[in-house]
Design a protein around this ligand. Structure first.
Ligand SMILES: *Cc1c(COP(=O)(O)O)cnc(C)c1O
Length: 428
């Protein structure tokens, strides 16, 4: 696309946008009596207007049925999560039985590591991306210690080359191969939260398996953002949160994926609870845990119905759009438009004042661009905030901006870019 730097051009793109009506399904924080320019869906997606009604329906169920709501209401809570599987499976490229919702993300990562990190004296190492999300680093570190290993020895982090910001797939693959004797697990994010880089999940999974290791992904920043094929790629397990690109509310319910090839594996250890027991026999309350078939067998605790109702409201919008591919198509244009403006500003000033560290190739990024501010980063960010742009600041000098195809416009991107340009002559 040959972009142009005018409001008229942005308005034209908005007029042609097939998904433009979806913006009105979301609630926007207000700034000076107008919708803020919200470019922070990578951190917390906006609230769908329908959430109130979905939650109210379950509050009414509770009111009218009390405990019977589990079995006898219009949408019995015992099966409520079933409704979430089809839309989730579509977003993750999984089979219905391979996904379920439960707990929150880091908790699920731990639960899955109980099953899929099985270190032996010889093969005990975990290979992960350097600069992973802190919660993942802490989870992995504590798991390794739990099994009696020293994190310094047992965790291998792969970092970008000197002077580079993102990882090269070839470097990830050779690190896996070079450590194959000792690797138990390869654990990566699908999309790095800091740089916005999408990893080659298919190639990483294949390399892990060649090395005789299992492979899992934290998809917090990938789910609802970029299309994936977890089943086909043969990933062993994955987990994600629902409150970023899936717009399902702060601390919203998390999801897990377990590949169907593991369903019959009786060797897999797990931390069990009654919600993972087959639903048909759950209430017989007999001793001896028999896991439910599929990802559900990893459930532990009574499912949080109100969180699932929020999640359903949000996933129903994805279904209404008619597939992630449509969102992806707009997302590529929208993020490309932001990239164009930033390059335009740099050219205008004859200097790379804003350095984009997210991959240039749209195939290896999602909505987000991570931008290093060469000068006065925090003041620049504060200038944006003061003028109604909600983005996200990462010390020491990075601004992350994520135009979301469900609810952002090309005009949002245009306006934010103008403010970024203006900030240069104002701050500092
Ligand atoms: C957002 C995010 C988390 C947050 O985990 P919670 O358990 O929901 O607090 C963890 N890991 C990654 C990669 C994230 O992006």
């Amino acid at each position: 696309m040959n972009y142009r730097d005018t409001l008229e051009f942005a308005n034209d793109l908005d007029a042609q946008d097939e998904l433009k009506t979806f913006r009105s399904e979301f609630l926007f924080p207000q700034h000076d009596g107008k919708d803020a320019i919200y470019l922070c869906g990578n951190s917390l997606g906006l609230q769908p207007k329908s959430v109130q009604q979905y939650v109210q329906a379950q509050l009414s169920n509770w009111q009218e049925h009390g405990v019977e709501g589990w079995f006898n209401s219009e949408e019995p809570w015992l099966q409520y999560h079933e409704q979430l599987k089809t839309p989730l499976a579509a977003l993750l490229g999984a089979k219905r039985e391979e996904v379920t919702v439960m707990n929150s993300l880091t908790v699920n990562l731990h639960l899955l590591l109980v099953s899929f990190y099985k270190p032996t004296d010889k093969k005990y190492k975990i290979l992960m991306e350097g600069g992973a999300f802190p919660s993942d680093q802490y989870a992995i570190e504590s798991q390794v210690k739990f099994h009696g290993f020293d994190p310094k020895d047992a965790i291998i982090e792969v970092f970008p080359r000197e002077g580079e910001y993102t990882l090269r797939t070839e470097d990830i693959l050779s690190a896996i191969e070079n450590n194959s004797d000792q690797l138990a697990l390869v654990m990566f994010s699908g999309l790095n939260y800091y740089t916005g880089q999408v990893f080659d999940m298919k190639a990483i999974t294949e390399a892990a398996h060649r090395a005789g290791a299992w492979c899992g992904f934290d998809l917090a920043h990938a789910a609802g953002n970029v299309p994936m094929k977890l089943h086909e790629w043969n990933a062993d397990f994955a987990c994600w949160c629902s409150y970023k690109y899936m717009n399902s509310g702060p601390g919203g319910i998390s999801g897990i994926f377990v590949h169907e090839k593991h369903f019959e594996n009786k060797e897999l250890k797990r931390f069990a609870g009654w919600w993972g027991y087959g639903v048909g026999k759950r209430f017989l309350m007999t001793s001896g845990f028999v896991p439910a078939q599929g990802a559900e067998g990893w459930q532990v605790s009574t499912s949080p119905v109100l969180l699932m109702a929020v999640h359903k409201a949000a996933l129903d919008i994805f279904e209404k759009v008619g597939g992630l591919d449509k969102l992806r198509k707009k997302s590529l244009l929208l993020t490309g438009f932001l990239e164009y403006h930033i390059q335009f500003i740099n050219q205008k000033h004859g200097e790379e004042l804003f350095k984009i560290i997210t991959p240039k190739d749209p195939g290896w990024r999602g909505c987000q661009l991570s931008i290093i501010c060469k000068r006065h980063g925090k003041a620049t960010f504060d200038y944006l905030s003061k003028h109604g742009v909600i983005g996200d600041w990462r010390e020491p000098d990075v601004i992350r901006l994520s135009p979301i195809p469900l609810y952002n416009t090309f005009k949002d991107v245009y306006s934010a870019s103008k403010l970024l340009d203006e900030s240069l002559s104002t701050v500092g």
